[in-house]
Design a protein around this ligand. Structure first.
Ligand SMILES: C[S@@+](CC[C@H](N)C(=O)[O-])C[C@H]1O[C@@H](n2cnc3c(N)ncnc32)[C@H](O)[C@@H]1O
Length: 217
């Protein structure tokens, strides 16, 4: 079966174990992930997909804030999926973690009320971004919502300068359209509506943005 290339959480597989402590130490992680969950307004009967679940930090936070909803997490990286499964098991949380090929999401059409995703889209090149958005649209129910946290348009030259650190780590091919602010237009192109850039955070790595949008089918 065809498989997509992917960039591991910290670019190199041997750094994956350091991902959790590094992000928690260097980023306002709890703040922006909590804000993403709050804007997603997840209800008890909702089915939520965490796209690019990583080590399941965001999914576990959803589980704490909304104990009754159903949560799935999906990722391409076998190594990080293993870490996520161990974390979820340790916390006895009801979250289904699945590895996939990075191309076709392993879910039926119209499965989810919300798709949430954090720090994933800057790992994807333009084609992968567009394909992922189309797949997310496919698995969302009509009027379902997509909530993204990722690097956004640099708010000022200082934020632009700081973002070069991320680009050196993750590569220019996947990150340049983020920092140029192209993500909302990609979301628009793939058929979402009511697209809004709800919040921006100034971080030591640049401007981190939250976006929301709705699927009209
Ligand atoms: C920087 S990590 C973020 C992890 C997690 N969402 C978080 O906020 O902690 C980026 C994640 O995106 C995943 N990823 C890369 N390409 C992907 C793709 N095509 N589809 C889904 N996930 C992908 C990586 O394996 C990695 O786990």
């Amino acid at each position: 079966m065809e498989k997509t290339n992917y960039i591991p959480a910290l670019r190199f597989n041997w750094l994956t174990k350091l991902y959790n402590p590094l992000i928690a130490f260097t980023m306002p992680e709890l703040k922006f992930k909590s804000a993403l969950i709050e804007q997603a307004n997840i209800l008890p009967h909702h089915h939520v997909l965490d796209f690019g679940v990583g080590t399941a930090t965001l999914s576990l936070l959803v589980r704490k804030t909304q104990p009754e909803c159903a949560i799935d997490g999906v990722d391409v990286d076998e190594k990080i999926v293993k870490i996520a499964k161990e974390k979820v098991e340790k916390e006895k949380a009801q979250i289904m973690i699945t590895k996939y090929d990075g191309i076709v999401l392993p879910y039926a059409d119209n499965s989810f009320d919300r798709v949430i995703t954090s720090l994933v889209f800057h790992h994807l090149d333009k084609d992968q971004k567009l394909n992922s958005l189309k797949e997310i649209k496919r698995v969302l129910k009509p009027n379902g919502e997509l909530h993204i946290a990722d690097w956004g348009k640099a708010a000022n030259p200082i934020m632009r300068g700081l973002f070069y650190l991320v680009q050196l780590l993750d590569g220019f091919k996947t990150t340049t359209d983020n920092v140029k602010g192209f993500l909302p237009s990609y979301i628009d192109t793939t058929g979402f509506s009511n697209i809004a850039n709800t919040t921006n955070y100034s971080t030591i790595f640049g401007t981190l943005s939250l976006y929301k949008s709705i699927v009209k089918k």
